[in-house]
Each structure stands twice: as C-alpha cells, then as structure tokens.
Design a protein around this ligand. Structure first.
Ligand code: C5P
Ligand code: MG
Length: 161
C-alpha cells in the first residue's frame, strides 16, 4: 500500500464556472484557470502521482503544451490513474497501483458545499473505480483568511496492482 498527498488552489473570479470533484457548483465566482480549475480533482490527481513517485500534474501535463490546454479535471484524473497503474502490465515504474481510498478537504468560504457532498463522492468514486464509501470529502471555510481562493487537499491510498 502507498499513501499519496496532493494539494491545489485557484483564485476565484466572477463569470467563471466553479467545478469541484467533477460537480458544477452554482456560484457567482469560479476558478481562474487554463483548465476547468477543478481544484479537488487536481489535488486527488497530484496525490495519486505522489503515491507512485511520478512527480506532479504540472510536470506530467505542462500548461505550456497545447495538447493539455483546457484539459478537464476528469480527463486529467483518468489519465493519471492510467499512468499510475490501471494497466499494470504497461506500468514501467517500480510502483503501480489502484486507488483504494480517497480522503479530501476543500477550503472555500462560500458557497456552502455540503449540499454537493454526495454528488462529489459519487463522481470521484466513479472516476477512481471505488464505492462512494471509500471516498470522503470534508469542507472548511478559511474563516475569511482566503476569501478569494478555493483550495483542496487530498490523501489517497493505493494498493499494488
Ligand atoms: O470551516 P467551518 O468549520 O466553519 O465549516 C463549518 C461547516 O460548514 C462544516 O460542517 C462544513 O462542512 C460546512 N462548509 C460547507 N461549505 C463550505 C465551507 C464549510 O458546507 N464552503
Ligand atoms: Mg488546479
């Protein structure tokens, strides 16, 4: 078993979509980003890369590369999962594994995310090939310390493929 940890943050701007865990959240502001700015899926993807010792998403999918311009969080996570060992026979690194558990925290002052918790858990579980019970997502405000940002942190447990 390997543990991985990842983080992501985006500035919030008016007129942008707010995507978290593959779920669109009704909000007057959203993430300023080249991609869909899904900080939660980005943090989970970084955690998966961290678990297998494969760098981070900025390195694997540089936003200077036109192939990755506007890459949606869901596709990015799917590509990372494949790279991490969804296909063990094609894995060239000493560590290849399948995600078994996801534990995440999103820090955002508003809007309230709790009404979207189950939708996020289901979508993340679906993407990772897990049951929703294997995915937890907690929410925190920054208590006004970072009112213009969304931040996500994620732990994953991978099991050897
Ligand atoms: O950060 P704080 O402890 O004040 O959060 C209080 C509650 O509000 C928590 O139960 C959390 O799940 C919820 N929350 C939320 N959406 C946010 C931030 C916090 O539903 N954006
Ligand atoms: Mg991001």
């Amino acid at each position: 078993m390997w543990i991985g940890y990842g983080e992501d943050a985006h500035r919030l701007e008016p007129g942008r979509k707010l995507m978290l865990g593959g779920v669109e959240i009704a909000s007057d502001r959203g993430a300023a980003a080249h991609s869909d700015g899904d900080a939660l899926l980005h943090a989970i993807a970084d955690a998966v890369l961290s678990a297998v010792g494969a760098g981070d998403i900025g390195e694997v999918f540089p936003d200077t590369d036109p192939r990755w311009a506007g890459l949606a969080g869901e596709e990015l996570l799917e590509r990372v999962l494949e790279l991490a060992g969804a296909h063990p026979l094609r894995c060239e690194r000493p560590r290849c594994g399948r995600v078994r558990q996801v534990r995440a925290v999103v820090t955002l002052d508003r809007p309230k995310l709790a009404p979207h918790r189950e939708a996020m858990r289901h979508r993340i579980a679906e993407l990772c090939g897990l049951e929703p019970a294997d995915v937890s997502v907690a929410f925190k405000t920054s208590e006004g310390l970072a009112p213009d940002h969304v931040q996500a942190r994620a732990l994953v447990v991978l099991e050897e493929a």
